[in-house]
Design a protein around this ligand. Structure first.
Ligand code: F6R
Length: 259
């Protein structure tokens, strides 16, 4: 696990975006796993800037998103499909038909999840998976108590996630946040060849501490990344503030990245 401690979220977003841009340049047919939420928005902005500057093209890139709320169609302004269209897909030259988000309206949600996994497999697996982290340590919507081997399935949100998501989205109305979602599993995520997790702000400090320096546990599903051999955690100072070895990680990653 490589922990990149940055002074600001701007610096972290730029570094992570540069890592993705370079990878797309090297492999224009790369398969990306993408996340929603407030955290990756700045990084997506930087990726879009690189496309605008003609440094890179996403014309042949394929993407699969982590999750979607049960009961929200892609046209709903709080759905994750809508979020991706607005915050990334419309701003880069990716073909919309090459982007995939789980269908929260599927009649048979478990069948939808199995088909999604099969699609990813057929595409050769995910090359780079982007992740945020919940304040309870979740990745995708894999809440505390989820097996670290879990596969894409229907999941149940904790009251703390519902509260966090209402604060940032759904105009603050907790009662409007769906209580279930379709989500890639922890096991599914860990099959990606490379992982880029972003975490910003004091509200993520405990989750990052659990992810990086806690034991591997289903109580903090992000800790499963400890067993991945190419996982990069990009944090700002606040998110990294509870890490015992913060200065060591900062020095090690700066040396590896040549920054
Ligand atoms: C989003 C996702 C979630 C978020 C996490 C953090 O697709 O799967 O795990 O990454 O809840 O959300 P933000 O970035 O809004 O703090």
């Amino acid at each position: 696990m490589e922990i990149v401690v940055c002074k600001t979220k701007e610096e972290a977003s730029k570094l992570a975006a540069a890592m993705i841009t370079d990878a797309v340049k090297k492999n224009p047919k790369i398969v990306l796993g993408l996340a929603t939420g407030s955290t990756p928005v700045m990084m997506y902005g930087e990726m879009a800037k690189a496309v605008k500057a003609k440094k890179v093209s996403y014309k042949q890139v394929k993407s699969w998103n982590l999750d979607e709320y049960v009961g929200l169609p892609g046209t709903h302004d709080q759905s994750y499909r809508y979020f991706m269209n607005e915050n990334l897909f419309k701003k880069i030259d990716i073909k919309l038909s090459n982007t995939h988000v789980l269908n929260g309206m599927a009649k048979d949600p478990e069948k939808e999840c199995k088909a999604y996994e099969a699609q990813i497999k057929k595409a050769g697996g995910i090359d780079i998976q982007v992740l945020g982290i919940g304040s309870d340590g979740h990745i995708a919507f894999n809440e505390p108590g989820t097996s670290l081997n879990s596969r894409t399935s229907v999941v149940y949100l904790t009251p703390s996630t519902i509260k966090d998501n209402a604060r940032l989205f759904f105009k603050g109305k907790e009662k409007d946040v769906p209580t279930r979602a379709l989500s890639m599993g922890v096991g599914t995520i860990c099959e990606a060849k490379k992982i880029i997790l972003l975490a910003f702000g004091k509200g993520k400090a405990d989750a990052i501490k659990g992810c990086v320096e806690g034991g591997m546990s289903q109580f903090c599903t992000a800790s499963a990344l400890q067993a991945h051999n190419d996982a990069w955690i990009f944090c700002d100072e606040d998110a990294a503030s509870k890490l015992k070895l913060k200065e060591y990680y900062r020095w090690r990653s700066a040396t590896k990245l040549g920054k």
